[in-house]
Design a protein around this ligand. Sequence first.
Ligand code: GTP
Ligand code: MG
Length: 465
Amino acid sequence: MVDLPQLDRIRDTLAEQWDRALDRTVRVAVTGLSQSGKTVFITSLINQLLNPERLPHLQAAAEERILASRLQTLPELRVPEFPYAENIAAMSGASPHWPAPTDRVRAARVALRARIQRRLLPDSEQTIYVDIIDYPGEWLLDLPLLELSYEQWSRQVQVQCEQEPRRSLAREWLDFVASVDPAAAVDEELIRRGQALYVDFLQRCKNSEHVLSYLQPGRFVLPGDLAGAPILAFFPLPSSDAAKYDKHSLHTTLRARYEAYKEQVVRRFYKEEFSRFDRQIVLVDVLKALHHGPATFRDMQEAIGVVLQSFNYGKSGLLNRLFKNKIDKLLFAATKADHVADNQHTALRMLLESLVSDAARELRFQGIDLATLAIASVRCTRTVGAQVQGRTLSCLEGVTKDSDRSRILFPGEVPEAVPSEDAWGRDRFNFLEYRLPRFEALERSALPHIRLDQALQFLIGDKLA
Ligand SMILES: Nc1nc2c(ncn2[C@@H]2O[C@H](COP(=O)(O)OP(=O)(O)OP(=O)(O)O)[C@@H](O)[C@H]2O)c(=O)[nH]1
Ligand SMILES: [Mg+2]
């Protein structure tokens, strides 16, 4: 016979074991090229979890099981904290503005006190931690370098520069490289000049009308705390026969510095920031790429392709080999969906799906749960109907970046698949950027968004179930 207090004890032990068996920390890796919307996404995600009032698709929020939430300091104290309060202050008030581009790694932890449902057992109150890091998108393009030798990388840059727009943007650097003898003795002054010209070329790619993003190494575009450090003193130098250069040659020195950069900067960054996470979201600004035209779109597609290849979690994948890392859920999200009318969101999602289809096939094969969404971390526009020649068109109401008053514009239609060469008519895709509207008291209220609750349900919903 088991007496009642004993039964209670058994039940309590079982409950404790149940809770311990479930890992209640979720580490979410936010992946996205420069300006894809990572910082705004993280800011809005924290804002939504602190004020879970506009999240009908996050089950725990809809069922009012999120009892309390707060921002906490991460146990790893070495990483500076994500400037949530600063970002929210910037985005609200009389003259709201977007957070500045990120120039260093930052980390955030949201602690959620939630009522968790347990099968056959009474509900329990639990604390769930959501950990997230932010970093400059430029650094993401460093990961594929780990797979490339100096010669392979130099050759890759050379091939890229055979095509426009890079060919014109790289003219000065290409002239310089043509005048250099890889077998010559090391000359630090020459290395400095070559590196400066190469950095200048990368900056032009980024800042030209083509806003290119396949730019390597990432630290050359955004050095952060490595500005001026000798480890950045190298540049790609295509050459026909690397084996014949002696150890004091220019080529051998550049190769050694490239390898040191890979080991000490790239591998370290990924080990410290990317080696342990459970869930991943890949943010893609598809609309900006469409807006800037075929060269930008192709470049972004290639950049995302190589980044996703690096995030291949299979046995032969880079991350797996380096860090034994494995995620179980991955969300592809087309950001800034508020730049188009609501009836375009399905097409936007489908376009993103076709953009990442190769990577998705491979990831699915590895047993990773995948989803694709069109989201806006912060909704800055409103979809309104406008009568044009007897037809109702879905238009957007908002303040565009270059204006100071609200207008109603027809933003056009999003193609459902990657446009073919001849489908890029002049100005066919004209998706403008929008200013933040005025929000009041964001410390205590939630930002308007599009499908951020669906993103949250996919990424962390099961931990709150
Ligand atoms: N309308 C709208 N614009 C957005 C949204 N999210 C981001 N943006 C715009 O995109 C820009 C870049 O967003 P960030 O979050 O700073 O991008 P990031 O990926 O952190 O960029 P880096 O730090 O440079 O890597 C912002 O300054 C806004 O102009 C959104 O949800 N809606
Ligand atoms: Mg950022």
